[in-house]
Write a protein that binds this ligand. Structure first.
Ligand code: CMP
Length: 139
């Protein structure tokens, strides 16, 4: 089925001017960008978005990193979008990511790993609603 997922191009990637290169890999994987905006996340947004990780030892560093520069938040549409996006992103840790994936190609570290993608259809809806109004998504 055609579904949607939520993606973030993270500060390590925007800093290196990789917004287009990362987006091209998403598009080549069969995903369509149906919403996109470049924002500077506030501390409140980053803490809210990653609330599920708030007890993890990396939480404070993660919030600092995600607010350290611009990000590009996107809604992606395609056949089984969540799984397709996770395939093209590769493993969270770039050392474990397959060749040809975004993280293997571009990530700097497990934290500065260039992209975020939703891990389920349920979380995709929650994450899309966190950053986008319905009228900002044009399918
Ligand atoms: P993301 O898919 O956005 O979800 C949580 C983020 O926390 C992850 O990508 C990384 O950017 C960051 N992170 C930092 N350290 C770790 C870790 N040890 N395990 C998982 N995620 C980590």
């Amino acid at each position: 089925a055609t579904t949607r997922t939520f993606s973030i191009i993270k500060p390590d990637a925007t800093r290196r001017n990789l917004t287009g290169a990362v987006t091209a890999m998403l598009e080549e994987a069969g995903l369509r960008v149906v919403a996109s905006k470049r924002i500077r996340m506030t501390r409140e947004q980053a803490e809210g978005f990653y609330a599920v990780h708030k007890e993890r030892p990396f939480f404070n560093d993660l919030v600092a990193f995600m607010t350290s520069g611009p990000v590009v938040v996107q809604v992606l549409e395609g056949e089984n979008a969540v799984a397709r996006n996770r395939e093209v992103m590769g493993a969270t840790n770039p050392d474990a990511a397959d060749e040809g994936t975004i993280r293997k190609t571009y990530a700097e570290s497990i934290e500065a790993n260039s992209v975020h993608g939703s891990d389920s259809d349920e979380n995709a809806k929650i994450e899309i609603d966190f950053f986008f109004k319905p009228e900002e998504i044009v399918g």
